[in-house]
Every structure is written in structure tokens, then in C-alpha cells.
Design a protein around this ligand. Structure first.
Ligand code: DX5
Ligand code: ZN
Length: 235
């Protein structure tokens, strides 16, 4: 049966070769990636430092795909315009980093990008209830953010299911994109898609695949192509 919501794959450039970033972005675009996921870490919200608006702008120049920026930073409100100006199409902030989340979501929209909200594995997904009508994407973390190559946390599919149910109750269609990030690979992807995820972020499973980025993309696509969409949830 044809899915109403196709599964999008967003390779994370965190696992790319930063010395050949444009080449590695082009490789996943050629292999059928839907978005390019950019992991921004500040050494405070998470114990790692990665990239900023400058490298994001370089990614923007290297692809025609939507650029999906995941801000794992404290006080993200200080950086929204810089990432939007760098070419981010989607900007996701963490619930845990935003005491004034609604204001930050509006700021993202005003900056011309589409807003997403991420929740860490230990954050009850129910905190999303009142922000769900205002956002275009929910990101359910399936690892504790900070590093690529970590093990998928098995409770993630159930959390995805609960977000989908909550979203169905608190807003009319269209539902927000439901993204999962961390340890997503051919083995873990079917369960999150069956639970309702329609956007998979994958770093090491794409760039670290023995068949290269094209092999990693193909393995992920094959793993999820026949997974049915969950049935409509009634309010
Ligand atoms: C986690 C990041 C992810 C992650 C993905 O802190 O937000 O995007 O690096 O990498 P893999 O797929 O290797 O877990
Ligand atoms: Zn990410």
C-alpha cells in the first residue's frame, strides 16, 4: 500500500569527512537523500563542539536539498537568525534548552525557517502537548545527544507512537514531521517507522557503511520501504 507520508532520510554530516564536506554532501544527494541534517553542538548543552553558521552556509552552497539544522545548544534564541541567514530551511531547538519555547518557535518562523522541537530520551513526550499546534517537526532523540555512532535506545519507538497519538489529538492534519535521530540504522529503522516516524536522521549508518554513502542510503531505504504507516489515531 502506498504511504500517505513518505519516509524521508536525512543523513547527518556529523559522520562525513569534514575535509571533503561538499563531496560528501553531494554523495548523499546523488544517493537519494531528502534533507541534509546539520548537528550543531556548543560544548554546554551537550559535551561536544561541532559547527556553526559558516559551515552551515557551506553545506547550503553544496546542495539543493533542504538543510535541516539541529541546534543542541543553550540559549538557541541567540543564533536563530544566523542559521536562517546561512540557509537553514528547518531549525530544531531542544525543549530542554528553552524556557520560552513558544517565543523561540515564533522567532524561527519570523526568520523564514520551519520550526522543530526536539526531546531528549528522558524528557516525557507529553511536554510537547501545548507547542504541537505551532510547530512543523518533532524530533524524538533515540540517543543522548552529543556524539554520532551511539547505540539506539530501545524505548524510542514507543515514544514516537505517543507523540503521534498526542499530535493526532491536539491538532488537525497535517501532522508535524516526526523525526528520529540517533543510532538509526537498517536494524532499528523499521520499528520507528512502524510507530509513525516519517523522517530518519542517520550519520554513521550512512557515512560509515561498508558500501559507502550510497550503500548506506540504499540499506536504509530497503529496510523501511515495506513498513506500513500506522493507522489513523482517533481523538
Ligand atoms: C546526536 C546527533 C545525531 C547523530 C546521528 O547527538 O544529533 O544527529 O550524530 O549520528 P548516528 O546516526 O551515528 O547516531
Ligand atoms: Zn541531530
Amino acid at each position: 500500500m502506498r504511504r500517505r507520508r513518505p519516509v524521508r532520510i536525512a543523513p547527518s554530516i556529523l559522520s562525513a569527512d569534514f575535509g571533503h564536506l561538499a563531496r560528501d554532501v553531494a554523495a548523499v544527494e546523488e544517493a537519494g537523500a531528502d534533507w541534509i541534517h546539520v548537528d550543531v553542538m556548543d560544548g554546554h548543552f551537550v559535551p561536544n563542539l561541532t559547527i556553526g553558521p559558516g559551515v552551515t552556509a557551506a553545506v547550503r552552497s553544496a546542495t539543493s536539498l533542504p538543510v535541516d539544522v539541529h541546534l543542541m545548544i543553550e540559549q538557541p534564541q541567540r543564533w536563530i537568525e544566523a542559521f536562517a541567514d546561512a540557509g537553514a530551511d528547518w531549525i530544531t531547538v531542544h525543549h530542554e534548552a528553552c524556557p520560552h519555547l513558544h517565543r523561540v518557535v515564533e522567532q524561527i518562523r519570523d526568520a523564514g525557517a520551519r520550526p522543530g522541537v526536539a526531546v531528549n530520551p528522558a524528557t516525557p513526550v507529553e511536554v510537547l502537548r501545548d507547542i504541537l499546534p505551532d510547530i512543523d517537526l518533532v524530533l524524538v532523540m533515540s540517543v543522548n545527544p552529543g556524539f554520532g555512532g551511539q547505540r539506539f535506545i530501545e524505548g524510542a519507538p514507543d515514544r514516537v507512537r505517543r507523540v503521534r497519538e498526542l499530535a493526532s489529538r491536539v491538532r488537525s492534519t497535517p501532522l508535524p514531521a516526526l523525526q528520529v535521530d540517533g543510532g538509526v540504522a537498517a536494524g532499528s529503522a523499521p520499528a520507528v517507522v512502524a510507530a509513525g516516524a516519517d523522517c530518519l536522521v542517520a550519520g554513521s549508518a550512512v557515512y560509515g557503511h561498508p558500501g559507502g554513502a550510497a550503500g548506506g542510503m540504499a540499506a536504509l531505504r530497503e529496510a523501511v520501504e515495506s513498513v506500513p504507516e500506522p493507522g489513523e489515531v482517533r481523538a
